[in-house]
Every structure is written in structure tokens, then in C-alpha cells.
Design a protein around this ligand. Structure first.
Ligand code: SF4
Ligand code: SF4
Ligand code: SF4
Ligand code: FES
Length: 922
């Protein structure tokens, strides 16, 4: 058989192309060839010996024999050696039927083991069960190195090594530590790579091998990884990262891979409940009664207080279809535009800033683009914790030699970690992003580093000149900015030169950019840098917001902001409104509705009385908890639709149990505008998928909604939204996923935007005056608090706290610099009071040099901490995105948790004890 393949292709790969399988154990298509197992030997005509086909490249005219008697004998011999030191427990092994060693033993025709099993072996080696999700049984290890290479090449953590030599070789996590105590971040890449049951998911051991599967999209972060959900009956066995997934290419992190146990957690509420007053006990009711009561309450409120007295909040955890339905319910049913989304509190400045600069409210690149970046600039993002799978991709590029600039008050892992070190870390004071980014622009302009050809071609030259004049002012020089930001002027100058002259330069940013009073200005300052240097419109460059939740992009795309219809068309746009008015048979309000903070203000003032909240725990996730609580308490009907009785539900009158992403069909749109399918793999445990609940609620309110499947909702979105015109479930099934815009001009989607021309025609330079936040430190509150996420937890932790991920992060800790700690007599592990002008909470201190003097940091994953008790009501000037990242605080030693915190701890302890008792009984 003849085969034509590109130069450099291995014999093994070439053989695969023509359907010839060569036995193998150490090779996999996810990893570089290694050539250690000696099972893939071949004979090459005219050459001596039997080279490994996985490491030998093809040559023109090469004649290869893959199956000869000599090869068969050699392979059987190799296999005999492996099996002579392997437990013969196939029938009881969890990998039985899905084990490459077993399969290849069959393929090479192994019938006997001449060496017997009595010699020296590893059969009694001790298992490591420390990781909550997978076990390591060295007795089954064939030392193929796949796990080690996966940890290095795919994940980039370098947690594994081979300890010992020759016969004594064994895989070791860290310095022969248990996995849980090592550097391992539990991404699962090694488990995925292992060809035996040495590294295997505990869920497979418990439940057994899967019988059927469906490809779906992770419900956690904005990377949007594809997974094969492997099922046994109605039970999820494991989530296997999908190799053809275009966002993750077969990789995963601990959350998507393992932290799905919350879906069947006993805390889930499965029946609707109502109560007349929040002080009453909940009463379980039928779905019909819950829908009828909800409808009658909202109608009563509107009749009494007017049609603008009610609204809804959608969540970035909802599917696109669910979000679209909720905004439709509000606009067509409630008759107002009082709909907002939790994206308000994270990436609304991205929408505003990127639309202003480029004409589209979205990131410019696909993730693959980073493979061609020469300089990576990360601003206010912590990808290894918050976007881990993309971080692994980025780390790979950095190991290949791309340069790295980090703007962050905190020394995030990427500043220095195995095989990655930032060229420049600019540890700016929280709240000074705009000053530092404008200073970078100052250097680029004043040192003649502008890409003039690009600017003349793609932007308005006069506008550029005005901007160039502004950034050149002395007040924007690195030397002046050093005084406010604390960043050395030299570092700013050198980083600017690197960004402007280092080749393809890509900016990735996160909530450290947006969650500021100047969040929108910061996004504009980032866009200015990319415009001035021509780093837009091709692979390897761009401006890329790293979205927090799985469907932040989609929530924004689907018209759930009070001023925008789907596809970012302003509600005052008569043509856009007419499309929906004709389709829905209603007249739409042309004035924008209330944003979340306005709804809460109006509630406190007595004019806003009813709210429908799907999938969002605003009491925990929104700033100034006391104000949120006051707003909710002032309402007459709060409907919460969620998986668990969250903190907001304490103020609810109606609780509608929600469904997990495993129980419904739909789509999520990730940070690269990629629309991916969410597929139902089990029946909704609460009876209805979330989209069905909204449909039934709408019907009870007399709003016609007659969808029978989410694909019909997507059809309506496509029919009414130009950027989604080419999207359908059929196309997603065919292509796997597509990136919008997807329409007649781009039927298969748009990986890189703004090639040749911006969506808005010309790229727009905007002047970015630095205005210090009103949140100032002083004698009472001398430190600045900034917040963030940790890898193992997700936002307010409602899901991840109900999984074994608590093994990594049982509580939120306050990071404080040793100098600040010493001044206050605080030692590592001490309880400290964290107080701001908004409120106070108590947590334990972690004394660390990761934060600069004057800055403290915490996560917000645990309700017993409620970091947002201390955050203030300051917000972005353009979008009201809260200023989570800058709060003036004081730290002092404390005797322990406050009373309300103790109550949470007791509740958590009680549910843990109940869980243990039930588990023991089971
Ligand atoms: S789980 Fe991931 S980080 Fe941990 S050892 Fe395996 S590959 Fe490395
Ligand atoms: S643990 Fe698995 S992947 Fe790693 S060397 Fe052993 S058999 Fe190979
Ligand atoms: S990186 Fe994000 S999308 Fe991917 S598995 Fe982890 S949480 Fe899920
Ligand atoms: S697969 Fe080629 S040497 Fe292992």
C-alpha cells in the first residue's frame, strides 16, 4: 500500500493514514513521540535492525513491513516482559475492556509468559489514594512515561518524574510525595494518558466502565472545554476531555474534569417551593401551582405598582437559549426592559470598550492564535487559576520562547513557575491600570514605535494624532506614573518596547481590568495599544478578554442587558425593535430598562417590587451585601431559580429548582466567541430543564412561547440576529462548534476578527485620562484589598464546594505581606478582621510575599467569609461594573469568626456530618 504524507511524519502516523495499526504503548496522538516501549518495531527494507515506528520519520520510497514473523516474535517478547511484572487481575480490574495493555497483549498474540511471575516485581507496591478523584497503583505501571510527558507537554506543571533507575524506576509525584501534597493540580492529563489502570478515575472504579456517551461543553469557566460525558445508564461515570474540542484539544482542568458531583448532591432542591413571607417556612408545591402563583404575583405587582415594577436577572451560567428566553419574557411579557445579567458585575466594560474601539463587543482571536504570539501581555488576569486549560496552551508557547509581560498587583503563578518566567512583571497599585497602560502608550508614541502604516490604513489619522498628543504629555510619562502606580519607570519603558517591537503581540486580560471604577477606560487603553502597534487582524495578536463564567459572552450576546437586544443592537434602534415586534406581536419599550444596581436602588426606594433571578446568587456575588439584602428584602415577590437554596433564596418567596448542564440541551459561547453544544446526558432531576421552566412561566403569564426544543430557540435567534444568522444546532452538530459572526459572509464562523477592516470601519482611539478611584486609603483603612479566584473553586463556590474540590481550599484566606502582618502582630494562620467602610468579615491570614506591601488579597468562594460584605458600591463610570478590585480596608487580629459566620460554619459542619452518616448507611 502506498502512502503520501508530509515530510517528517513518523512511520506510525503514516501507517495510520492508510488504516494500518501498529501495536504501541508509549505513543499517543496527544504527546511527542518518545520511543520507550519497543512495541511498535517495524522492518524497513534495506535497513538493518527494527526501529521504533513512532520515532522514525518516513523517507521517499521507503518500504516498511509492519507485520512479519520476526516482528511478531519480538513484540510478544516485549509484552511478556511487561506482563511478567503486572498483576493478573484483568477480570476484576476497573480498566477491563478499556485498557491499552490488555488490548495490545491480545493484538500481539500473547499466550504465555515464559519468565513466570515469581521473580522480582512491583506487585506489592503501595497505592496512592490521596487524590480525591483518581488513584495511583504503581503495581500496574509499565513506566511508559506517558503520564510524565502529559504533565509536562499538555498541562505544563512538571509535577511528575521517574524516581530511581532501571528495575527500580517508578513514577513519582513531586519528591515521592502523595499526589495531593505534590505540585499536581489534578488536571487529569496523566490519567487520560495512562494506558493501564495505574492512574484511573475513582468514579470508574466505583461505577464501572461507561456504556454510552455524549459530547458536551463544560459548565464552569469561559474556556468552554468540550467533554465526552461518559454514562452508565443514568449515572455519569466520568468526563473525558474531547480531543476534537476546538477550545481545549483534549485537555481539561480539575473543575470540568472531576468536579461534577454537585449535580447529584443531596443539597439540590428538586421540588418547587413557595411562601407568602420570607419569615414563613417553605412549602413544597406542584410545578403547576408554582407557575400559577408566580404569574399571579407578578401580575398583581404590575397592576398595583406599574409595569416597570418588575424585572429579571439572567446568569452567565445559563445557556444562550435560556438567556434569550428570559429577556424575551421581560420585553414581550413584562413589557419593559428591566433585564440584566451577572455579566454586569464582571465584563460589561469589555462590551462597552471593545465595541467603542473596534465595533464588536468581543475578543478578537481564537485560543489557537496564542501559538503564533511572540509577546504575551497579561493584564489583571490569573489564567493558571481562572482559565487553566488556556493557560496550559499559553505556557506551551512561552516555553517555546514567547516573551511575557504581566501587569498585576499580585505575583501570580505565571510570574515565575517551572519553565516559565515573566520578562517583566509590573506590580502596579490596585486602581492604577489606566495610568500604567497610558504610560506604555506614551513610550510607544514618544519613542517612535507606532505602526504608522497600520494606523493610517485602519484608523482615523486625525483621531490618532489627537490621542498621540495626549499620551505624549509629561503627566503620562513612566516617570510621572511611577509616582502613582509604584511601578519602576524603567520597567514600563522596557515592557512597552517589548510589546511594540517583539513581533506578534497579544493582550489577554481579565477582571483585574474590568472591575474598577475605570474599567471601561482600561479596556479602551488596551485597545489603543493594539491599534497603535498594529497588533490586530491576524493570528498571534489581538485583544482577548478572558471571560470568567462559561457563558459570559453568550449572556451579553443574547440581549440580556437592559439597553441591548441580541447581537448588541441598541434598544432605541427602530429597525432592530421592529424585527422583534413583528415576530412577537408586541410593542417594545425603546428606553433602556434598569441595571441590577438600579433595580436594587429602586427596590429600596419602593418602586421596584418583583424579580425573577435565574442561576445567580446576587447576595453573594454582587458588591455591598448589605445594600443587596436591603433591596431584596423590600420586594414583594422574589423568584429564585437555582440548583441549591443559595443565599439570595433567603429573601425569596418562590423557589424554582433548576437543572444542571448535564440535564439540558442548548449552547454556551466561550471567551473566543465559540458557540458549543450543551447536550443532555441525563433527565432533569427536578422534572424540567431550565428553558422549559421559563417557557412554562411565560405561558402562565399569558406570554406565548411554544418551543419544543432549544434548537427552535436558536433558530429564532439566528433569524433575528445578523451575527448569528448562520448558526443552527444542525451546523453545530456538523462542525462541532462555530465562532460568531457566523452568517452568509462567514458560514463556518470567524476565528479571527477585524481582518482587513474593523467591524465599525475604522479603529477608534479614545483618550484615556487617568482618574484615581474615589476609594482611597487613609488612616482608618490604610490597605487596599483586591480579590480573585483559585483554581479548585468557582465563583461563590455553590458547585465546587459541593464536590471533593474542598480538599484543596477549605476556606478563603487573606493574603497579607509579611511587613504589613508584622506591623499588626498577625502571624500566618491567625484569625483577622477585614474591615472596610461597607462592612467587616473575619478570616484567617496567609502571610506571603505574593502580595506587595499595602495590598491584601482574598478569594470569595465561601459564604462563611462573604468577601463582598466589605466591597463598596463604587462602580465603572460607563457600565456600573462594581469596583471589586479596589477596597480600602484595615486588618486587625481577631478572636475568630463573627456570629453570622459561626452560623454558616455550623450549618456547613452539620451538612457534612449528615452527608457522612448517609454515605456510611449507603
Ligand atoms: S493530574 Fe495533571 S498536574 Fe497532576 S500529575 Fe497528572 S498531569 Fe500533572
Ligand atoms: S502511570 Fe501509567 S502512564 Fe505513567 S508510566 Fe505508569 S503506566 Fe505509563
Ligand atoms: S478550563 Fe474552564 S472550561 Fe475547561 S475544564 Fe476547566 S473549568 Fe471547564
Ligand atoms: S509506541 Fe513506539 S516505542 Fe512505544
Amino acid at each position: 500500500m502506498e502512502v503520501h504524507v508530509p515530510e517528517g511524519t513518523s512511520i506510525m502516523r503514516a501507517a495510520m493514514e492508510v488504516g494500518t495499526k501498529i501495536p504501541k504503548l508509549c505513543a499517543t496522538d496527544m504527546l511527542e513521540a518518545f520511543g520507550s516501549c519497543r512495541l511498535c518495531l517495524v522492518e524497513i527494507q534495506g535497513r538493518a535492525g527494527t526501529p521504533a515506528s513512532c520515532t522514525t520519520p518516513v523517507a521517499p520510497g521507503m518500504v516498511v513491513h509492519t507485520q512479519t514473523e520476526r516482528l511478531k516474535a519480538l513484540r510478544r517478547g516485549v509484552m511478556e516482559l511487561y506482563i511478567s511484572d503486572h498483576p493478573l487481575d484483568c477480570l476484576t480490574c476497573a480498566a477491563n475492556g478499556n485498557c491499552e495493555l490488555q488490548t495490545e497483549a491480545g493484538n500481539v498474540g500473547l499466550r504465555d509468559v515464559r519468565y513466570g511471575y515469581a521473580g522480582a516485581n512491583h506487585l506489592a507496591d503501595k497505592k496512592d489514594e490521596s487524590n480525591p478523584y483518581f488513584s495511583y497503583d504503581p503495581a500496574k505501571c509499565i513506566v511508559c512515561n506517558r503520564c510524565i510527558r502529559a504533565c509536562e507537554e499538555v498541562q505544563g506543571t512538571f509535577a511528575l518524574t521517574i524516581d530511581g533507575r532501571g528495575f527500580g524506576s517508578r513514577v513519582s509525584a513531586g519528591q515521592m510525595e502523595p499526589f495531593l501534597e505534590s505540585e499536581c493540580v489534578s488536571c487529569g492529563a496523566c490519567v487520560q494518558a495512562c494506558p493501564t489502570a495505574t492512574l484511573i478515575e475513582k468514579s470508574v472504579i466505583d461505577i464501572g466502565q461507561a456504556e454510552h456517551s455524549a459530547v458536551t461543553t463544560c459548565g464552569y469557566c469561559g474556556v468552554g472545554c468540550s467533554f465526552k460525558a461518559e454514562m452508565r445508564g443514568e449515572e455519569l461515570v466520568r468526563m473525558v476531555p474531547y480531543k476534537d474540542g476546538k477550545a481545549n484539544h483534549g485537555h481539561s482542568c480539575v473543575k470540568g474534569r472531576f468536579a461534577w458531583g454537585y449535580a447529584t448532591h443531596r443539597d439540590r432542591i428538586l421540588n418547587p417551593m413557595i411562601r407568602a413571607k420570607v419569615s414563613d417556612p417553605w412549602r413544597e408545591v406542584s410545578w403547576d401551582e408554582a407557575f400559577a402563583y408566580s404569574a399571579s404575583e407578578f401580575k398583581r405587582i404590575q397592576a398595583k405598582y406599574g409595569k416597570n415594577s418588575v424585572g429579571a436577572i439572567t446568569s452567565s451560567r445559563c445557556t444562550n437559549e435560556e438567556t434569550y428566553l428570559i429577556q424575551k419574557l421581560v420585553r414581550a411579557g413584562f413589557g419593559n426592559n428591566n433585564v440584566d445579567t451577572c455579566a454586569r458585575v464582571c465584563h460589561s466594560p469589555t462590551g462597552y470598550g471593545l465595541k467603542t474601539a473596534f465595533g464588536t463587543s468581543a475578543g478578537t482571536q481564537d485560543f489557537d492564535s496564542v501559538d503564533e504570539a511572540d509577546v504575551v501581555m497579561i493584564v489583571g488576569a490569573n489564567p493558571t487559576d481562572a482559565h487553566p486549560v488556556f493557560a496550559s496552551r499559553m505556557k506551551k508557547r512561552l516555553r517555546e520562547g514567547a516573551k511575557l509581560i504581566i501587569l498585576d498587583p499580585r505575583r501570580i503563578d505565571l510570574v515565575r513557575m517551572p519553565h516559565v518566567e515573566a520578562d517583566y512583571h509590573l506590580p502596579l497599585q490596585p486602581g492604577t491600570n489606566v495610568a500604567v497602560l497610558t504610560a506604555l502608550a506614551h513610550v510607544i508614541v514618544t519613542e517612535g514605535l507606532v505602526n504608522e502604516a497600520f494606523v493610517r490604513d485602519r484608523c482615523d489619522w486625525a483621531e490618532f494624532q489627537e490621542w498621540a498628543e495626549f499620551v505624549s504629555e509629561a503627566r503620562n510619562s513612566p516617570e510621572e506614573v511611577e509616582k502613582v502606580s509604584g511601578v519602576a519607570a524603567d520597567s514600563i519603558r522596557e515592557a512597552a518596547r517589548m510589546y511594540a517591537t517583539g513581533g506578534n503581540a497579544a493582550i489577554y486580560y481579565g477582571l483585574g481590568v474590568t472591575e474598577h471604577s475605570q474599567g471601561s477606560t482600561t479596556v479602551l487603553a488596551i485597545a489603543n495599544l493594539a491599534l497603535a502597534t498594529g497588533n490586530l487582524g491576524r493570528k498571534g495578536v489581538g485583544v482577548n478578554p478572558l471571560r470568567g463564567q462559561n457563558n459570559v459572552q453568550g449572556a451579553c450576546d443574547m440581549g440580556s442587558f437592559p439597553h441591548e437586544l441580541a447581537g448588541y443592537r441598541h434598544i432605541s434602534d427602530d429597525n432592530a425593535r421592529a424585527i422583534y415586534e413583528n415576530l412577537w406581536g408586541v410593542t417594545l419599550e425603546k428606553e433602556p430598562g434598569l441595571r441590577i444596581p438600579n433595580m436594587l436602588d429602586a427596590a429600596v426606594e419602593g418602586t421596584f417590587k418583583g424579580i425573577y433571578i435565574e442561576g445567580e446568587d446576587i447576595l453573594q456575588s454582587d458588591p455591598d451585601t448589605h445594600h443587596v439584602a436591603a433591596g431584596l428584602a423590600a420586594m414583594e415577590c422574589v423568584i429564585v431559580q437555582d440548583l441549591f437554596l443559595n443565599e439570595t433564596a433567603n429573601y425569596a418567596h418562590i423557589f424554582l429548582p433548576g437543572s444542571t448542564f448535564l440535564e439540558k440541551d442548548g449552547t454556551f459561547t466561550n471567551a473566543e466567541r465559540r458557540i458549543g453544544r450543551v447536550r443532555k446526558v441525563m433527565s432533569p432531576k427536578n422534572g424540567y430543564a431550565d428553558w422549559e421552566i421559563t417557557v412554562k412561566l411565560a405561558q402562565a403569564m399569558g406570554v406565548p412561547m411554544n418551543y419544543t426544543h432549544p434548537s427552535e430557540i436558536m433558530d429564532e435567534i439566528a433569524a433575528t440576529t445578523p451575527t448569528f444568522a448562520g448558526v443552527s444546532f444542525a451546523k453545530l452538530d456538523e462542525l462541532g462548534s462555530v465562532q460568531w459572526p457566523c452568517n452568509e459572509k462567514a458560514p463556518e464562523g470567524t476565528p479571527v476578527m477585524h481582518i482587513g477592516v474593523f467591524a465599525s470601519g475604522k479603529g477608534k482611539f479614545v483618550l484615556t485620562d487617568y482618574v484615581p478611584t474615589d476609594e482611597r486609603t487613609g488612616a482608618r483603612f490604610p490597605l487596599l484589598l483586591t480579590t480573585g479566584r483559585i483554581l479548585s473553586h468557582y465563583n461563590v463556590g455553590a458547585q465546587t464546594r459541593r464536590t471533593a474540590n474542598v480538599a484543596w481550599h477549605e476556606e478563603d484566606r487573606l493574603e497579607i505581606h509579611p511587613h504589613d502582618a508584622e506591623q499588626r502582630g498577625v502571624r500566618d494562620g491567625d484569625w483577622v478582621k477585614l474591615a472596610s467602610r461597607a462592612g467587616e468579615t473575619t478570616l484567617r491570614a496567609l502571610v506571603t510575599g505574593r502580595v506587595a506591601p499595602g495590598v491584601v488579597y482574598t478569594t470569595f468562594h465561601h459564604p462563611s467569609t462573604q468577601a463582598n460584605v466589605v466591597t463598596t458600591d463604587f462602580s465603572d463610570w460607563a457600565t456600573n461594573c462594581p469596583e471589586y478590585k479596589v477596597t480600602a480596608v484595615q486588618i486587625s487580629r481577631s478572636n475568630g469568626p463573627t456570629d453570622w459566620q459561626e452560623r454558616y460554619r455550623e450549618q456547613a459542619e452539620q451538612s457534612r456530618r449528615i452527608a457522612e452518616t448517609v454515605e456510611a448507611a449507603e
